[in-house]
Ligand binder design. Structure first.
Ligand SMILES: [Ca+2]
Ligand SMILES: [Ca+2]
Ligand SMILES: [Ca+2]
Length: 185
């Protein structure tokens, strides 16, 4: 993670999805940015409610808003009693949320897996993929690819019955040589 506190040393971001926030209840989860030089906490961001498991999973996507600080994607796939799931795009300079994506279907579990993608829409900014378990819809699974710069949905692919498409996701570089990122799922 790029230097945040200006000491010239890269930082470390750590997800603690089973963290219990005393005022909010069990397994809220949190994400902590540690100084790479000293290990002291620069900031801590806590999940919104009990059983959010905020930080499971979490990835670094690089700088998507061009301010010189990296962004992270933080998932709460089990968020709320309906397990809609939610993914937050968080700036590492001060932990502010740039945007979030939220599931709309009970049991959808948006944010099951996350991946950065080499620039997909050709605007020069890294993009990212979010998978959804879609348990109520025959566990098909779905992958959504978003523009890093704008958050717009670029494309979406839903699996067949019991595919669980996107249970695992990873950037695959550029296999077909078109200059745009590919994914393995
Ligand atoms: Ca530093
Ligand atoms: Ca940034
Ligand atoms: Ca892009």
């Amino acid at each position: 993670m790029r230097d945040v506190d200006g000491d010239g040393v890269a930082e470390l971001v750590v997800a603690c999805p089973w963290y219990w926030e005393p005022t909010q209840g069990r397994e809220t989860g949190r994400v902590v940015l540690l100084s790479g030089a000293s290990g002291t906490i620069i900031w801590s961001l806590v999940g919104e409610q009990s059983a959010d498991n905020f930080g499971s999973p979490m990835i670094c996507v690089g700088d998507i808003d061009g301010d010189g600080f990296d962004e992270i994607l933080v998932s709460s796939a089990d968020q709320g009693t309906l397990n809609l799931g939610r993914v937050y795009v968080v700036s590492t300079d001060d932990a502010h949320v740039i945007r979030s994506h939220m599931g709309s279907l009970s049991g959808e579990r948006l944010g099951t897996a996350l991946s950065r993608c080499k620039d997909v829409d050709g605007d020069g900014v890294v993009d990212y993929a979010v998978s959804t378990q879609l348990i109520p819809d025959s566990n098909r699974g779905r992958i959504d690819v978003y523009s890093g710069a704008s958050g717009a949905l670029l494309w979406s692919k839903t699996g067949d019955v019991n595919d669980g498409l996107g249970t695992f996701l990873n950037s695959a570089g550029d296999w077909d040589g078109d200059g745009r990122g590919d994914l393995v799922a």
